[in-house]
Design a protein around this ligand. Structure first.
Ligand SMILES: Cc1cc2nc3c(=O)[nH]c(=O)nc-3n(C[C@H](O)[C@H](O)[C@H](O)COP(=O)(O)OP(=O)(O)OC[C@H]3O[C@@H](n4cnc5c(N)ncnc54)[C@H](O)[C@@H]3O)c2cc1C
Ligand code: SF4
Length: 338
């Protein structure tokens, strides 16, 4: 591990000022991802700016029927908050599908959004990796790529985004609140993460001196018909091979509104407006779910070891839609798929 300087920010303005003054610096919140990456010499910040004591731990009603969640709210506090459990159970379920209880106690909302890929080559500094060292090549494309992306890939990088929480936030149309040297702005979670393109070292659309201050959930919570299904190699403490967030609203037997997002298959949570539009106005039948799955997976491209992901994702999408339509969401306590 390299030497680094340490500062503790006393307010948001100081955190932004320190980021601006020290371009090689990194924010640290719970430290559950950044410290691991520093120990592996993947991340080498010249300075850590500790934001863990900033007053960003509130979960508050917005006044427009939504919720504002501070960037430092621990993942476990968020998942077990009564307003989240009652109004946004899809988000609670996705968070509880991730990591372990101890990690969720430390992990922050902002850090979860910003966590980096779990591509093994990214962690292995003896191998080429365009995300870690731009221009060095991608070891996964012709290497072991069983866990890698099938959608939105590029010739530079086929890594996936590992966050479960972000998949639910994308499906819920959540927005990210950001503060920086030029003031404050907001961005849809769906626009926050980037595809790898030819700049895979840039994971998100956050600028260098900006800080995430909060997440905003809109009023629509899909509390009746939702499910988060995570397919992984072990039932616990493993990242998604494929995950699906599904949320439906009904007018009688017809689907009034549909949201679908995939995890584990792309460099960002994967949504398709065509797939969601194809469900609106339709009854909840396997034929319509199958059509939505085809649209969501349109353009999938596979590599030597991850071809199985297309059919796995198709079946997972249909299963999750059935669970959502029947109001029998996937249990995160009893992880066996119902
Ligand atoms: C063994 C293990 C298993 C895991 N399994 C899962 C899993 O199954 N599913 C899952 O989703 N996650 C999983 N995780 C990842 C975990 O969710 C993340 O490590 C955690 O959410 C990161 O939050 P943090 O506060 O600790 O971030 P930190 O490690 O402190 O920071 C991570 C990054 O975010 C940046 N950052 C932090 N806060 C802000 C902010 N407010 N504004 C801008 N940038 C910020 C930091 O600069 C850093 O680059 C696992 C982690 C481990 C170690
Ligand atoms: S897939 Fe991306 S993160 Fe993995 S080796 Fe290739 S460039 Fe690096």
């Amino acid at each position: 591990m390299i030497n680094f300087q340490y500062s503790r920010a006393s307010d948001i303005a100081e955190a932004i000022g320190l980021l601006t003054a020290h371009p090689g610096a990194k924010l640290i919140a719970g430290g559950t991802n950044l410290i691991d990456l520093m120990k592996e010499n993947v991340e080498q910040p010249s300075r850590l700016i500790d934001i863990s004591r900033l007053p960003l731990r509130q979960i508050e009603e917005t006044g427009q029927g939504g919720l504002r969640i501070g960037a430092l709210v621990p993942n476990s506090d968020l998942a077990y908050h009564p307003l989240i459990e009652q109004r946004y159970p899809l988000l609670a379920s996705a968070i509880l599908a991730g990591a372990s209880a101890q990690l969720r106690n430390m992990a922050s909302v902002g850090g979860n959004l910003m966590q980096r890929t779990r591509c093994a080559y990214f962690y292995d500094t003896a191998t080429p990796c365009n995300k870690r060292t731009p221009g060095s090549g991608c070891s996964a494309i012709d290497g072991l790529n069983r866990n890698h992306a099938i959608l939105g890939t590029s010739a530079s990088c086929i890594a996936t985004n590992p966050s479960d929480m972000s998949v639910a936030l994308a499906a819920l149309d959540a927005r990210v609140h950001i503060a920086g040297p030029s003031g404050e702005r907001t961005m849809a979670v769906s626009d926050f993460h980037r595809l790898s393109g030819d700049t895979p070292h840039v994971d998100t659309n956050l600028e260098g001196s900006e800080i995430i201050t909060a997440i905003e959930l809109p009023p629509r919570g899909f509390a009746g018909n939702y499910s988060y299904l995570k397919i992984r190699d072990r039932l616990s403490y493993a990242f998604a091979i494929v995950s699906v967030a599904a949320a439906l609203e009904f007018d009688g037997n017809a689907i009034r509104e549909a949201r679908l997002a995939l995890g584990g298959v792309a460099h960002k949570p994967w949504r398709s407006v065509e797939a969601e539009a194809a469900l609106r106005g339709q009854p909840a039948t396997m034929d319509h779910f199958s059509r939505a799955a085809d649209l969501l997976l349109h353009g999938a491209r596979t590599y030597a070891h991850n071809g199985f992901k297309v059919e796995l994702a198709r079946r997972a999408i249909m299963r999750t839609l059935v669970q959502a339509a029947n109001a029998t969401p996937q249990s995160q306590a009893h992880k066996k798929i119902a």
